[in-house]
Structure formats: structure tokens, C-alpha cells
Design a protein around this ligand. Structure first.
Ligand code: AMP
Length: 156
């Protein structure tokens, strides 16, 4: 019994560590907020932005690293150690940039979890076919608005 409990503890520890190293591309309104939340959740976070002032959005408690550079450059991604990343989230304000970096992370560096911010809901299906996970804040916000207005039980 003790042995099983010890093994379970090890398994839990491994799964807890799985998403430990996270790269966030873009430190604007979305990326900085996410970086602050993940840092608070004790994850190792690296945030990339091409504008130095973007990092002002990070909280005083943010314990990760920042890289001021264009994330489209492979050198920037290598500097962020993309080959070691467990998660890459692309949150720039450009769908093409987000998708391109997501594809590089997934196909070239084999990052296990890649999520791209998508502005244009109509493009979501295309990226699903390319097996790129996307989150479309426009769609998520609309759903939340709908839930507040008519309740969650009504079908989407
Ligand atoms: P927001 O729309 O407020 O979430 O901001 C998007 C952020 O993405 C801004 O801070 C931009 O400077 C950043 N950004 C856009 N393109 C790139 C890029 N190619 N590399 C790094 N950061 C970028």
C-alpha cells in the first residue's frame, strides 16, 4: 500500500511538472495578463515582445524572464529555448504571426502544447484542420456575454 502511494506521488509530481516551462509570445493586454497569472501559479515563464514598454504591464511579483525582440526571428525563439519549452502560447496582435510561430513551435521544435490567439473567428476551422489549437477571445467573450444575458443552459 505504502509503495503504491509513493508511486502515485511520483506520478503526480511528474504530471505537475509537465507544463513547467512556458513561453508567451507578445506581452500586450492578453500576454502580460497570462504571464502574471502563470507566474503566480509558480510556472517558469519567458515572455517575448518586440516593444520594451510592453513589459511595463508585468506585475511587480512577476518572476519570469523577458526577451525584447521580434519573435518571428528564429534567433529570438532559440534565445527563449523553444526546444526546451513545454508550452508555447502566441498572443501577438497579428493572427499570421501567431499561427506562424505556433507552427514553428509544433512542427520544428515538437513543443507538446501550443496555443495560438486568433482574432478572426472565421479562420478557426482552418487551423483546427492543421491541428493548431487556437483560442479566439472574440468568440469566448461573445459566449460569456450570452451566458450573462440568457444563462448558460441555453445551447450555444
Ligand atoms: P495586445 O494586442 O495588447 O495583446 O498586444 C500584442 C503585443 O504583441 C504587443 O505588445 C506587440 O508589441 C506584440 N507583438 C506583435 N508582434 C510581435 C512580434 N513579431 N514579436 C514580438 N512581439 C510582438
Amino acid at each position: 500500500m505504502l509503495k503504491i502511494m509513493r508511486e502515485m506521488k511520483v506520478v503526480r509530481k511528474i504530471s505537475q511538472n509537465r507544463d513547467d516551462y512556458i513561453i508567451i509570445v507578445g506581452c500586450g493586454r492578453l500576454g502580460s495578463h497570462l504571464a502574471n497569472l502563470l507566474s503566480k501559479a509558480r510556472k517558469s515563464v519567458v515572455v517575448i515582445d518586440k516593444e520594451e514598454k510592453a513589459f511595463n504591464r508585468l506585475s511587480e511579483e512577476f518572476s519570469g524572464f523577458t526577451i525584447e525582440a521580434d519573435a518571428i526571428e528564429i534567433d529570438t525563439l532559440l534565445k527563449a529555448k523553444i526546444d526546451k519549452a513545454d508550452v508555447v502560447v502566441t498572443t501577438t496582435n497579428d493572427d499570421n504571426t501567431n499561427i506562424m510561430i505556433a507552427q514553428i513551435a509544433k512542427s520544428i521544435y515538437g513543443v507538446p502544447k501550443v496555443i495560438a490567439r486568433l482574432f478572426e473567428p472565421a479562420r478557426q476551422k482552418i487551423y483546427e484542420e492543421l491541428e493548431i489549437e487556437t483560442l479566439c477571445p472574440t468568440v469566448l467573450s461573445a459566449l460569456e456575454f450570452k451566458n450573462i444575458i440568457v444563462g448558460k443552459e441555453m445551447e450555444d
